[in-house]
Design a protein around this ligand. Structure first.
Ligand SMILES: Cc1cc2nc3c(=O)[nH]c(=O)nc-3n(C[C@H](O)[C@H](O)[C@H](O)COP(=O)(O)OP(=O)(O)OC[C@H]3O[C@@H](n4cnc5c(N)ncnc54)[C@H](O)[C@@H]3O)c2cc1C
Length: 387
């Protein structure tokens, strides 16, 4: 099942790691200029010579330097760049302040383009405005609606088509990428009343007892910056939950749809009835025969859709940001279109291209690991080059 998820998150959050880095930098004589975005890097035939930035009062800060390391976190917050480089289907990245400034500064110095079009899709979530709608009704309990993302319920796309092996949904990067390929970049999880009744009696462990194998061998970990343990999750998943009442409260939102029959559900979702019915039939047939001819899922893990009322919960692909843009070599030096080093220019983290394929890596922590490591390598190279 793959749980507990790869243990990511820091004690007290990532800000602790960043504060430590800043402290070390300042201890070594560095100066950090907050709220002073760089907007231009200047160079001449000898390489980089200055960086221009806008101070809080609007005036320009000019830093004369022979080396500049670009690390502005990609262009997930830049609608125009997303449209241009990702295509007509995109979801805004979660860090809106990362608007591709570093990538554009590098391009204006003739940097080569590499890794454009790579997006860090990860997990299923709701549109921000839909979270707002749910929070108005449920308060913080809106988050309970993400529970269904953890289990291999039938998934269909905006057309009502089944489109993937649902047992992979907890491989968040993989499934996020799959949703991103669907029309509108969203999907529905289809949940029937027979499983909801069982959950109301015994908890979601009736779907899959995801933490059973850890009983007697408790593991502690951080998730979403909160301490957690396999025993706590085991207890939580064995606690009865009445999702039916919660789902019914959300029927006026754009998240939850309901029908006494599959036909009614299709109408509520505004998808073709025959297509949705065919998806349900194929999925149920796979469970009945033990063979999933469409996606080769492990059918023993699928959750039959057999008893109305039926619910559909809508999820969108979550975009953590973009991954790539500037061509670099193994020393994090920026290369031009002909693969020549642009002297004094380096790129790291999400601005640097070439580390990834066409999707977020299938292990959590990979991009942060690259951000830290490439930043360090770039710093070491820059220090060496300016000697
Ligand atoms: C919610 C969320 C959860 C994540 N979880 C994980 C995870 O568990 N594991 C993992 O590996 N990755 C995770 N990531 C991705 C990871 O955070 C990024 O890949 C990583 O932070 C990229 O590092 P970076 O230094 O390139 O960019 P960032 O960390 O985004 O830093 C870029 C910085 O540049 C600044 N900036 C932007 N423009 C300018 C400018 N013009 N001048 C000066 N500064 C500028 C920004 O303000 C920002 O501080 C997550 C991302 C999000 C959004």
């Amino acid at each position: 099942v793959g749980m507990p998820a790869t243990l990511h998150g820091y004690n007290e959050g990532g800000s602790v790691a960043l504060k430590k880095l800043v402290q070390e930098f300042e201890n070594a004589g560095g100066e950090v200029r907050w709220l002073t975005p760089a907007y231009e890097i200047q160079k001449d035939d000898n390489g980089v010579k200055a960086v221009l930035a806008k101070k809080e009062d609007g005036s320009t800060l000019k830093i004369n330097t022979k080396a500049a390391i670009i690390a502005t976190g990609g262009y997930g917050g830049n609608k125009e760049m997303l449209e241009k480089y990702i295509g007509d289907q995109y979801t805004m990245g979660e860090v809106l302040q990362n608007t591709g400034d570093g990538i554009n500064m590098a391009y204006s110095l003739g940097a080569g383009r590499s890794g454009l079009g790579v997006t860090q899709y990860f997990w299923e979530i709701f549109k921000p405005e839909e979270i707002g709608q749910m929070a108005q009704i449920l308060g913080n309990d809106w988050f309970s609606m993400t529970t269904f993302t953890m289990f291999p319920f039938l998934r269909v796309n905006a057309l009502g088509q089944r489109y993937s092996d649902e047992t992979k949904v907890t491989s968040f990067s993989e499934h996020g990428g799959e949703i991103a390929q669907q029309p509108g970049q969203y999907e529905y999880a289809i949940i029937d009343s027979s499983i909801l009744k069982k959950i109301a009696q015994s908890g979601v462990a009736v779907i899959e007892d995801q933490y059973a194998s850890w009983v007697g061998n408790e593991q502690f970990y951080m998730e979403f910056n909160e301490p957690n343990s396999t025993d706590a999750m085991y207890a939580q998943q064995h606690t009865p939950v009445d999702f039916t009442t919660t789902l019914d409260k959300l029927l006026d939102t754009k998240v939850v749809y309901k029908g006494n029959t599959i036909e009614e559900l299709a109408k509520a979702m505004d998808v073709d009835v025959n297509t949705l019915q065919a998806s349900v039939n194929q999925y149920n047939q796979a469970i009945a025969t033990g063979h999933d001819d469409a996606y080769a899922a492990n059918t023993s893990r699928l959750v039959e859709v057999k008893e109305g009322p039926y619910y559909a919960v809508k999820y969108v692909a979550r975009n953590l940001g973009t991954l790539g843009g500037i061509r670099i070599n193994e020393n994090m030096q920026v290369l031009d279109k002909d693969f020549n080093v642009i002297k004094g220019l380096y790129a790291a983290g999400a601005d640097a291209g070439g580390m990834y394929g066409k999707a977020y890596v299938d292990f959590e922590g990979g991009t942060l690991g690259f951000a830290y490591t490439s930043g360090r390598l770039a710093g070491e190279q820059a220090a060496k080059d300016i000697k």
